[in-house]
Design a protein around this ligand. Structure first.
Ligand code: FMN
Length: 233
């Protein structure tokens, strides 16, 4: 991306995505960085046992929600050496699972947290249906313990209204198609993030690259995502 001068700023995007929502946001962020002179290395956190989407039944979904509420770790594959270099910015991205970071991200902290994040600037990106605060506080604490600086946060919530949003995610995870259920589809047109949110993510990518290149302050970027503005503190 851009020029290859030695002074080129380097970004690591480290992510887990179960149902592709985080991945879609990151692809938009990357495309927003496309014309900037930054180099981006993107790496998926890969569970040892492939996690198939959806879980496929109501009982499996309830069981998984219970396990993740107790912060179940999911063993992950080793990361390539490229992840352990010095970066000018790391974006750590993934979904909220039962108010926590996802199992693969928790396993990442257990195994590689200090080595990856010590002395690095890390901005988390959270994709969730809407309940991200505990996840954010926990993530900030874990990152700070590893020696990272966490100047900002990007959150994308699913835009449908409650209770349809929660019901929709649950049915989707259980293997149903809520968008096509007659009594549901009027309130729940789509699982996950919208095209407008992807456009917003693209804009955030451009802003991040601009701040990085100009030596500005990441804390000053206003990552306001849609009408549901949030308070980072
Ligand atoms: C096991 C599980 C638990 C979840 N718990 C929450 C939650 O506590 N709060 C929330 O807002 N969303 C929760 N979600 C919804 C996801 O965070 C949301 O669908 C997200 O956009 C998925 O991103 P991904 O496709 O990148 O995995 C949960 C999803 C799963 C699979």
């Amino acid at each position: 991306m851009g020029s290859t001068a030695n002074s080129q700023k380097k970004i690591l995007i480290l992510y887990y995505s179960y149902s592709s929502q985080t991945k879609n946001l990151l692809q938009a962020i990357m495309s927003g960085m496309d014309t900037s002179p930054v180099s981006v290395f993107m790496q998926r956190i890969e569970p040892v046992v492939t996690q198939h989407f959806p879980f496929g039944s109501v009982s499996k979904t309830i069981w998984k929600m219970l396990l993740t509420f107790f912060r179940q770790r999911l063993l992950i594959q080793p990361l390539p050496d490229a992840c352990f270099q010095d970066y000018d910015l790391i974006i750590l991205a993934g979904p909220t699972w039962s108010y926590n970071p996802s199992g693969p991200v928790l396993a990442l902290f257990d195994r590689d947290g200090k080595k990856l994040f010590n002395d690095q600037i890390v901005i988390p990106l959270i994709s969730c249906r809407g309940y991200w605060r505990m996840h954010w506080w926990g993530l900030k604490r874990l990152l700070t313990k590893c020696g990272a600086t966490v100047p900002n946060l990007i959150v994308f919530s699913h835009p449908s209204h409650e209770p349809w949003r929660t019901l929709g995610v649950f049915l989707k995870l259980a293997g149903k198609v809520p968008e096509r259920i007659p009594w549901m589809k009027k309130h729940y047109p789509k699982y996950g993030h919208t095209i407008a949110q992807l456009a917003e993510a693209e804009r955030f990518g451009t802003q991040l690259a601009e701040v990085l290149v100009s030596g500005g302050n990441f804390a000053e970027i206003e990552f306001k995502t849609g009408p549901a503005l949030y308070n980072k503190s």
